[in-house]
Design a protein. Structure first.
Length: 527
């Protein structure tokens, strides 16, 4: 791809995604719509999805950032429902959707239909995370959707490889398919387990934040490539490594964490924006291959496959939710009670995305009905994103799911901070008694105690009364005044630089100090 079209794609996607933050419409939907509209603008180049770029270059960093931000403990606590969706549902959807397409489309062989089923089986990791984050779903539902989307691509890619081998006449049968699935899954997890500890130890020993962040950007590609090299699942390797690193991220120095968080936020924002815009931009390319199918006929096939995808998810989700609870007392004891509302949301939140399209584009040209597979994949992706993405928010409001208890979360945060502050206070008292620290002036010791006390009180104040006029708590007022003071200091530093009383290097050092203080206030304000 030439440089100018690539720059235009990134800039346009970022602009649309940024605009979406000011609306109630999830960014993926606006990006897809903008991509479709842009694809018909004269002069816009053709952006074909290359599976050799999407799978090894775009998927690993997106999976990495989603897994790092996930909770390993929450995922482990919900391992059973996640496995039922990421493995069981994907295989069920492959068979159900494939068989439905086989019945609906004349001349479509069952192996080719199963290729289509495997392609559209996995819900999209990026779409699930973006929609769940926007809607602030209950924690357990969000964890299950994120966990499913992290692992299901590995199942779908393996199912696709098995179905494709059958479609081109080189199938090794059920035994070969099971062996390939085990190699991909066990091998992918094994590669992740082998890499995660050495990578983490290297991260701990590197003291230069720039080197740390360079390593951080390389990690998902290294894990993916290492697993694919031995014909294992690169997806699972990336997820295992990222979950381990995210769980132990506290062991890395603070400067690295600050830079790393900012770097990955930019990477995730750009890649997510580009990915959904690329989906919309595929429309002309997809329609170009449908010459042998009439409009009404192709539309009927698209509707039938879309309905099969939606219905098959509900056919799996409800039994998978309730049947294990009915037959196992252990599951009833270990897992929280649930109602019919949760599986309705999980069932309706199965949006498809760029991975399905990338797999569809990788179908060899020699496979019969390849153009139809590509078209039906595209319409399924667009249909789930638009229909389910637009109706999911009103569905959640209609069901009146229990919202996150922000009061309880704030109370838990305050109690945790209180315990941590007490430990810090005791440690400070011990340090001040040591001879080597006796030279610390009392005002500086008091300053350490004041900062610690403010951290302890800040969260509790969010639980207290607010200003009747401004709606601010005492801590809100403190932060606002602190930022105003920082702003006044910043203006003085700039004026001193402009008056040649300090140079630019000193200005940057002084501004960085203020920036860190303001960043701390901002992080507390938006937590």
């Amino acid at each position: 791809m030439e440089v100018l079209p690539l720059v235009a794609l990134i800039a346009g996607s970022a602009a649309v995604a940024g605009s979406a933050r000011r609306t109630r419409v999830p960014a993926p939907l606006l990006l897809v719509a903008a991509g479709i509209a842009a694809s018909y603008v004269p002069g816009v180049p053709s952006y074909a999805l290359d599976p050799h770029i999407v799978l090894p270059l775009l998927l690993p960093p997106l999976l990495h950032t989603a897994a790092v931000d996930s909770s390993y403990l929450d995922l482990r606590a919900n391992l059973r429902p996640i496995a039922m969706l990421s493995v069981g549902y994907v295989l069920f959807a492959t068979l159900a959707v494939g068989y439905a397409a086989y019945l609906v489309v004349p001349g479509l062989s069952l192996p080719v239909a199963l290729v289509l089923g495997a392609v559209v089986a996995p819900p999209d990791a990026v779409a699930a995370t973006a929609i769940a984050r926007k809607l602030r779903l209950p924690n357990r539902i969000t964890t299950i959707l994120q966990g499913e989307s992290l692992v299901n691509d590995a199942t779908a890619i393996t199912a696709y490889n098995v179905a494709l081998a059958a479609a081109v006449g080189v199938s090794a049968g059920w035994a070969g398919g099971i062996a390939e699935f085990l190699l991909a899954s066990v091998g992918g997890v094994g590669v992740g387990l082998l890499l995660m500890v050495p990578i983490h130890q290297l991260r701990k020993r590197l003291r230069e934040p720039l080197l740390q962040n360079t390593l951080s950007l390389l990690i998902p590609f290294v894990a993916y490539a290492a697993a694919e090299r031995v014909h294992a699942s690169g997806v699972l390797a990336v997820v295992v490594v990222a979950l381990y690193l995210g769980h132990r991220n506290w062991q890395v120095d603070f400067a690295t964490r600050l830079q790393e968080e900012a770097v990955w936020k930019v990477v995730a924002f750009v890649l997510e924006s580009v990915v959904f815009a690329l989906i919309g931009l595929q429309l002309p390319l997809v329609l170009r291959g449908l010459r042998e199918y009439e409009g009404a006929q192709a539309a009927w096939y698209a509707i039938a496959v879309f309905l099969a995808v939606v219905v098959s998810r509900f056919l799996w989700v409800f039994p998978a939710t309730f049947v294990p609870r009915w037959v196992s007392e252990r599951i009833r004891t270990r897992e929280p009670e649930t109602t019919w509302k949760a599986p309705v949301v999980v069932g309706w939140a199965g949006m498809r995305g760029v991975v399905s399209l990338a797999i569809a584009f990788s179908v060899p040209m020699t496979v019969p009905h390849r153009d139809l597979i590509l078209f039906l994949t595209f319409t399924t992706v667009i249909g789930t994103l638009v229909v389910q993405g637009l109706t999911l928010p009103p569905l959640i409001r209609l069901l009146r799911l229990p919202a996150r208890d922000l009061q309880a979360e704030t109370l838990a945060e305050a109690q945790a901070q209180s315990e941590a502050s007490r430990a810090a206070e005791e440690r400070l008292a011990e340090l001040l008694e040591e001879p080597e620290n006796s030279t610390l002036p009392p005002p500086l010791a008091d300053r350490l105690r004041t900062v610690m006390e403010r951290r302890r009180n800040a969260v509790w104040e969010r639980l207290g009364e607010v200003n009747a006029v401004t709606g601010e708590s005492a801590d809100d007022v403190y932060r606002r005044l602190a930022r105003e003071m920082i702003g006044a200091e910043r203006e003085v530093f700039v004026s001193l630089r402009d008056g040649r009383r300090i140079d630019d290097e000193m200005l940057r050092a002084l501004l960085r100090r203020l920036d860190l203080e303001e960043a701390a206030a901002y992080r507390e304000e938006t937590a």
